[in-house]
Design a protein around this ligand. Structure first.
Ligand code: PEP
Ligand code: MG
Length: 586
């Protein structure tokens, strides 16, 4: 093994597929990819070629049966089912009959015919528009390679040295399982989604995994230290000592905490005295959804649709958008999904957008979309089409006046009319909400509430606009204060006025996922918390540990305080006393 080191730490972002943090040496796992040569065979060789085929199928069946048995013992019947589909292909008489027939009639070597026949299945699966089917293609490919390896009487590589983080272009379910017999710390792959069998097995085996990080195997050297964060998807190559320490701490804290969280997933986010709130998640990539479901979310409180645009030169078509929104709605069904219309501008520029001196105060969010009604209508038609099963709501960002809301709603009606003439189904009563993230919107909360069904507070922007502190500027970051008394009092105002105007009030800014803020927000009467997926269990635990009655008293105390320090100190002490095992901070 050659050990070359990067000198600088490299931070990358993949898709979290199995929770946990692993720190250790990378092991580049190169899967044996057979090279197939087409060869003609003599008539006299046909029978021995067929005998080879049968032997290889027998060996493969034996191998897979062992894997199946091992999965059964280690993970139970349900997870072991993954391998049944592969075993069923091996028992497919029609397939192997046609392979034998082709060997006889075409007189080609068995490797070539096997490859060709199974490739037919594989191609159809890989090009499927359905993510689930595409993921299954990896298993079919694995089966084909297994048979070919057995034809050549090669042995399976399953022994690994030491305790590595396995880095591979892709891993089949069987690889994930077999390799786990070694002391594997984690899996990192270039290909694969959260719904892949490999990801599913990693979760069942409680091995951290990050997937979908293109080209990562060409960036990592064998033996080099890496960190993978299966909660957030971060991957750090050649981490500095300080980074390692930080992640070790995070790993240990989460490990202890997760043991305590066990069993919380299917319980409601409800206080001890029966106040139930919605605990939803913020999602940027549909790939995250499987993880979201694992965490037991009540729905998606914010889907940042603009991630469909980033880096692109052109807007995706109505059809392309519809496919994404539908995938989101269908995956979460019957739970609800709030799709926020494109929030471009600010820090979320598209390549061809105009340059502005003050982008955060410029052409952003709803302002862009109202100036580009054709794009807006296209997006709203796509959202409406995805709403046919009635679990989708629509939300407008960066609202600062009633006029904008009315105009956006008018365009939504136009989009409905267009779909009606095309006889396309949609939810006629789709719920409409707005983000409260500009102070002006907060001031006119009651007026907004008359126009919509819900309000969602975007603290990320609200704080920067209220305190005049750029959310992305390091120099002023100490001034960006979630617990500034002005912020807390402003939140109280929005929540109270929204609720007395009979709409529900949620929060999808980062503050909703800050454990230090949970009791305060509960006490202020927030109806919905929409948080990044990996903090969800923690927030749920806090909500389930307090009485609403007490939370209200705590909020009342906080509202009287005059500095951020005072508020934070008070809340930290409270958490330490009441919930010493809860994680606060990263
Ligand atoms: C917010 O501003 O709080 C918010 C959730 O929106 P974004 O972070 O996407 O601007
Ligand atoms: Mg915002």
């Amino acid at each position: 093994m050659t050990t070359t080191q990067h000198t600088d730490e490299l931070v990358l972002k993949g898709i979290p597929a199995s929770p946990g943090i692993a720190i250790g040496p990378a092991l580049l796992f190169e899967k044996h990819k057979p090279v197939i040569h087409e060869k003609n065979i003599e008539v006299g060789e046909v029978e021995s070629e067929i005998a080879r085929l049968r032997q290889a199928v027998n060996r493969s069946t034996k191998e897979l049966s062992k894997i199946h048995e091992f999965a059964n013992q280690k993970l139970g019947e349900h997870e072991a089912k993954i391998f049944e589909a592969q075993l069923m292909i091996l028992e497919d008489f029609v397939l192997f009959d046609s392979i034998e027939k082709r060997i006889r009639s075409e007189r080609k070597n068995v490797e070539y015919i096997i490859h060709d026949e199974i490739e037919k299945y594989h191609r159809v699966m890989v090009s499927s528009t359905d993510e689930y089917t595409r993921e299954r293609a990896l298993d079919v490919e694995d089966l084909r390679n297994r048979i070919i390896r057995n034809l050549n009487e090669q042995r399976l590589i399953s022994r690994l040295e030491g305790s590595p983080i396995v880095v591979a272009q892709s891993l089949a379910a069987a690889d994930a399982l077999i390799l786990s017999r070694n002391a594997v710390l984690g899996y990192l792959t270039e290909i694969g989604g959260v719904t892949s069998h490999m990801a599913l097995l990693a979760r069942a085996l409680t091995i951290p995994a990050v997937v979908g990080l293109r080209n990562v195997s060409s960036m990592v050297h064998n033996g080099e230290t890496i960190i993978i964060d299966g909660y957030g998807g971060a991957v750090i190559i050649a981490p500095k000592d300080e980074t390692i320490r930080r992640f070790e701490e995070k790993r240990d804290r989460y490990r202890i905490f997760e043991e305590k969280l066990h069993g919380l997933r299917d319980l409601p986010a409800e206080t001890l005295d029966g106040r139930r709130v919605d605990l939803s998640v913020n999602v940027e990539l549909t790939e995250e959804l499987e993880f979201v479901k694992l965490q037991g979310a009540d729905g998606v409180g914010l889907y940042r649709s603009e991630t469909l645009l980033l880096g692109g030169e052109v807007f995706p078509s109505e059809e392309e958008q519809y496919q994404q929104y539908r995938l989101l709605a269908d995956t979460m069904y019957p739970k609800g999904v709030i799709i926020r219309t494109f929030d471009i501008g600010g820090d979320k520029m598209m390549a061809h957008m105009v340059r502005e001196n003050n982008p955060f105060l410029g052409w952003r969010g709803i302002r862009v979309m109202l100036d580009r009604p054709e794009l807006f209508l296209e997006q709203m038609r796509a959202i409406l089409r995805a709403s046919a099963r009635k679990n989708v709501s629509i939300m407008f960002p960066m609202i600062s006046s009633i006029k904008e809301v009315r105009k956006a709603k008018q365009l939504l009606e136009d989009a409905k009319g267009q779909l009606k003439t095309r006889a396309i189904p949609y939810d006629e009563n789709i719920k409409v909400g707005v983000m409260v993230e500009v102070p002006a919107a907060a001031v006119i909360t009651e007026d907004l509430a008359r126009e919509v069904s819900f309000l969602s507070i975007g603290t990320n922007d609200l704080i920067q606009y209220l305190l005049a502190v750029d959310r992305g500027n390091d120099i002023v970051s100490p001034l960006y204060q979630e617990f500034h008394p002005a912020v807390v009092r402003f939140l109280r105002r929005i929540i109270e006025r929204g609720k007395s105007s009979k709409v529900w009030v949620g929060m999808c800014g980062e503050m909703a996922g800050d454990p230090l803020a949970t009791i305060l927000l509960l006490g202020l009467g927030l109806d919905e918390f929409s948080v990044v997926p990996h903090v969800l269990p923690e927030i749920k635990k806090i909500i389930r540990s307090v009485k609403y009655r007490d939370a209200k008293k705590i909020a009342k105390q906080v509202l009287d305080m005059q500095t951020e320090d005072e508020i934070k100190k008070y809340l930290s002490a409270l958490m330490k006393e009441k919930m010493p095992d809860v994680l606060t901070g990263d």
